[in-house]
Design a protein around this ligand. Structure first.
Ligand SMILES: *Cc1c(COP(=O)(O)O)cnc(C)c1O
Length: 378
């Protein structure tokens, strides 16, 4: 937590707004929308809820296909199943780990030929890094397929675009991932770069979309003095108390990005020289927050594989985790179609996420690096 959160929570208590609505929620939405550069925002109980409402807005019907990045957390695709849709997974590109724009174009062409385009594309911005939005948005526009951006892991990241970069000395202004498509999804879960303990945000430039999301999120109450409902609703709103925490957290977001990038720099200097270690590259078209420091290990060159390194860290009571297991390899999604898949599978085999919290001390980082070093040709 930063310095303002407790005071903002006290404001919520002092005004007795302990509800899934209130002035802190309104202010959080306004401040968040301004921060990421979107016209409208709805504060929700989770990023998953935000994705679910986005899919309802595009009108996914049972059996409809929805494209989704394969290398991601299961929450990116679960809401497709909530609506009885069918996930179709798209592999990532080898260079920067996000959805491969060429493969998406291929998949859209394939489905267009068959006369059954997907209801939406869910584009994930992985591990603090923006995907290459321009070509993906262009493909979606070409086929008239709505683009939903899952930016749950990429708050604070920037996308400069693939247009020719500006000359030296000129400021390059980026956009926030999650603000280019039809709508974008963010998460304030406990493990994200800022947190409200749990929460999410849906952003869009389409006011009707956000108004409808708020309506569904508060049990679809018709405008009547009595309780009247013409649609199925959800209990998806963020509490006023948690919104107060979110407002304080938003004020320290830029510091958190700096800290995470500093963690990454430390690791890069400490173990980047080891043969067979390769960090997730930062794409030239954006700024990565380094929400997590991720790397791949080539066992032949390094002398130990990913699991050996992970277990060596665990022996020292240091928790590190493999890169996301691709969704097309998950038992629960085993019958879903996939375009490509080998790249994500390889990153899963060799990929490791190092401890990356904003509260790590230099001594903590040192300790992690020392264990990784020891694994080299042990
Ligand atoms: C965390 C996460 C979500 C879900 O967010 P919650 O707020 O935990 O529901 C969705 N997609 C990705 C990629 C995530 O990392």
């Amino acid at each position: 937590m930063g310095s303002d959160e407790l005071q903002l929570v006290q404001e919520a208590f002092a005004t007795n707004w302990i509800a899934p609505l209130g002035p802190q929620v309104d202010a959080f939405e306004t401040e968040f929308a301004a921060h990421v550069g979107s016209a409208h925002a709805a504060a929700l109980s989770s990023g998953t809820a935000a994705l679910h409402l986005a899919l309802r807005w595009v009108g996914v019907q049972p059996g409809d296909e929805v494209f989704c990045s394969s290398l991601t957390f299961s929450a990116s695709a679960n809401p497709i199943a909530y609506e009885a849709g069918r996930p179709v997974f798209i592999d990532c590109d080898r260079a920067f780990w996000n959805m491969d724009p060429a493969l998406l174009a291929e998949a859209l062409a394939d489905r267009a030929k068959a006369g059954r385009l997907p209801k939406a594309v869910i584009l994930v911005h992985l591990y603090g890094q923006s995907a290459d939005i321009d070509p993906i948005e262009k493909s979606c526009r070409e086929y008239g397929v709505p683009l939903i951006e899952d930016a749950a892991e990429a708050l604070g990241a920037l996308y400069y675009g693939t247009a020719p970069s500006k000359g030296r000395g000129q400021e390059v202004k980026g956009i926030s991932p999650g603000t280019r498509g039809l709508c974008g999804v963010f998460s304030f879960n406990g493990n994200k770069i800022i947190t409200t303990s749990g929460g999410g945000m849906l952003v869009s430039n389409d006011k009707a979309l956000i108004d409808k999301a708020r309506f569904w999120a508060t049990q679809s109450r018709d405008p009547a003095p009595h309780y009247q409902h013409s649609e199925i609703g959800f209990n998806y709103r963020l509490s006023n108390v948690l919104a107060a925490i979110g407002r304080g957290q938003l004020r320290v977001l830029e510091q958190r990005v700096e800290t995470r990038r500093r963690n990454f720099e430390f690791y890069r200097k400490a173990i980047g020289d080891l043969p067979g270690i390769e960090f997730m590259p930062e794409a030239p078209y954006g700024r990565c927050t380094r929400w997590l420091t991720c790397l791949t290990i080539d066992p032949a060159a390094f002398g130990a594989d990913r699991e050996q390194v992970r277990l060596a860290l665990a022996e020292e009571n240091i928790e590190a985790r493999p890169v996301w297991k691709p969704l097309h390899l998950q038992p629960v999604f085993k019958d879903c179609p996939v375009f490509g898949g080998a790249v994500a599978a390889d990153l899963f085999d060799r990929g490791l996420c190092l401890p990356s919290g904003s509260n790590l001390t230099e001594a903590d980082l040192e300790r992690v690096a020392a264990v990784v070093r020891r694994c080299h040709r042990r």
